[in-house]
Design a protein around this ligand. Structure first.
Ligand code: ADP
Ligand code: MG
Length: 478
């Protein structure tokens, strides 16, 4: 912040207000989102009770105004300022012209998002989809469980009311084969069904990147831009691929802003959370987390069985319940592997319908699947904690305590990291076994993740601990 533009007393007041506001936020996610936006503030000027706050770009200014102005006003009052303060967030004319260079500002549509989409119904927009939608990927075919219920609800919310601020963008993340693409396409399928004229575009970030490169080479930038800015719903799968292209990120950022400005819906998926996309620009990440972020986790036994029952529903010859239970019990890591194992069983009994599906027989034909599962995933959290305790010479009680002594924080967080990254245990299970909140586990995992990038010694310890179980660092799940 440029302190020349604001007197010291006002600076103090403002900073106190920010501190108060941040302390009212419930979790790290919210705090870091707010932090990201506050970091875009370039300067402030105060006149009477009017705070004019300059921000790097107009989107951030608009967003700060909508989302934070009222709350910050309240915090300013708590910090000792007038309760009649007025906060005005404005684009800083001196700042960062690059961001908006290729973006032509358009007035915000006055219609509500819902109205905006209703109008679209009458339009004759063609259905454009860079990649076809899989017709089986519907909400009906998706089995809900505690591992995916939030992501499912958010996806439903988008399908019922696309473009609504609280769900826009929707960012779904989770390990491979857990149903991200399925959910995202279910949104597309549902919207297409309800509203055939809506233009929905589903593609992977890799396709976007390739098209962008082609457009650059063939001087087709204009039509590339036009295409992506004329659609109603943009579904971008595997956004982590965007990390490969810096220039393309700029283009995506502009497309993104243009669409959200017009209340068009954007949905993205990724195999990691937005904050774990290190090669993506900060401003993209802060836009991604500006809507709703939901994680899909590995399903528990009940959900796995329900998914298998759903997938086996229409198969002939039918698959016995005991076989489905065997599969649910032994194949845990992801749904795609469960489907593969189910297909294998189905082929086997199609060829030989009289074959008795004993446990031994199943273990034999599914040997490959089961062996893969057994690498790591059977580890219990307690085993991990015990191994770490031995290595660091601390007790389980100390690991489970809230004592923040540095010599305890590292082993505790490392145990959390291994539990999260090298087992299929859900966040709930891990939190329970560590007697901590979800946010604490996520914070611990993130802390270790960062340190592993720079601390060879810590990495070596991780390798040693994993080695004791017969595994290596490369066996990480994501
Ligand atoms: P991801 O995109 O997360 O890697 P996919 O969406 O491709 O995973 O899912 C892999 C397979 O598992 C798909 O065939 C999908 O239909 C199926 N699947 C995943 N989760 C579920 C679920 N909850 N209910 C039904 N099928 C699921
Ligand atoms: Mg996918």
């Amino acid at each position: 912040m440029n302190n020349n533009e604001i007197d010291n007393a006002s600076t103090d007041l403002w900073e106190r207000a920010i501190t108060i506001y941040l302390s009212t936020l419930r979790n790290d996610e919210e705090r870091s989102q707010a932090d990201n936006y506050f970091a875009m503030i370039t300067s402030i000027s105060v006149n009477d009770n009017i705070f004019t706050i300059f921000v790097k770009n107009k989107f951030a200014a608009q967003y700060l105004q909508d989302k934070y102005a009222e709350k910050l006003k309240f915090s300013l009052n708590l910090a000792g300022g007038s309760k009649d303060s007025i906060l005005e967030f404005k684009e800083d004319p001196k700042s960062n012209p690059v961001i908006i260079q290729s973006f032509t500002p358009k007035p915000v549509p006055e219609n509500s998002p819902a109205q905006n989409f209703k109008d679209q119904k009458q339009a004759t927009a063609p259905f454009i989809s860079t990649l076809p939608l899989e017709e089986n990927y519907t909400f009906e075919e998706f089995v809900q469980g505690s591992s995916n219920s939030w992501a499912f609800a958010a996806a439903k919310g988008v399908a019922n009311n696309p473009g609504q601020k609280s769900y826009n963008p929707l960012f779904i993340h989770g390990g491979t084969g857990l149903g991200k693409t399925h959910l995202m396409q279910a949104i597309g399928n549902e919207l297409k069904k309800k509203n055939p004229s809506m233009s929905i575009c589903y593609l992977t970030a890799e396709t976007f990147l390739n098209e962008y490169v082609n457009a650059l080479q063939q001087k087709g930038m204009e039509s590339f831009r036009e295409k992506y800015r004329s659609i109603d719903v943009l579904l971008v799968d595997d956004i982590q691929f965007l990390q490969k292209g810096k220039q393309c990120q700029e283009e995506f950022f502009n497309t993104f802003n243009d669409l959200t400005w017009k209340h068009k819906q954007i949905v993205m998926t990724s195999d990691v959370s937005p904050k774990n996309l290190p090669a993506l620009e900060e401003r993209l990440i802060s836009r991604f987390i500006g809507g709703m972020v939901q994680e899909i986790e590995a399903p528990g036994y009940e959900t796995r069985l329900a998914i298998l029952q759903k997938k086996a529903e229409n198969l002939t010859p039918s698959i016995p319940q005991s076989t489905l239970e065997f599969l649910a019990e032994h194949i845990k890591s992801h749904v795609r592997a469960m489907e593969g194992a189910l297909a294998k069983v189905h082929v086997t009994i199609s060829i030989n319908p009289t074959q008795e599906l004993t446990q031994d027989f199943l273990a034999l034909i599914l040997k490959d699947f089961i062996e893969k599962e057994q690498s790591l995933k059977k580890l219990t959290i307690r085993e991990i904690q015990e191994c770490i305790c031995k290595k660091y010479g601390v007790s389980i009680g100390q690991i489970l305590s809230s004592d923040r002594t540095a010599s305890l924080v590292t082993p505790r967080q490392l145990a959390m990291y291994i539990s999260r990254k090298y087992t299929t245990k859900s966040l709930q299970e891990i939190a329970a076994e560590f007697d901590k909140k979800h946010a604490t586990i996520l914070h611990g995992v993130k802390a270790i993740e960062k340190r592993l990038d720079v601390e060879g010694e810590l990495k070596a310890v991780l390798g040693e601990v994993l080695g004791e179980f017969g595994y290596s660092i490369a066996d990480k799940m994501e």
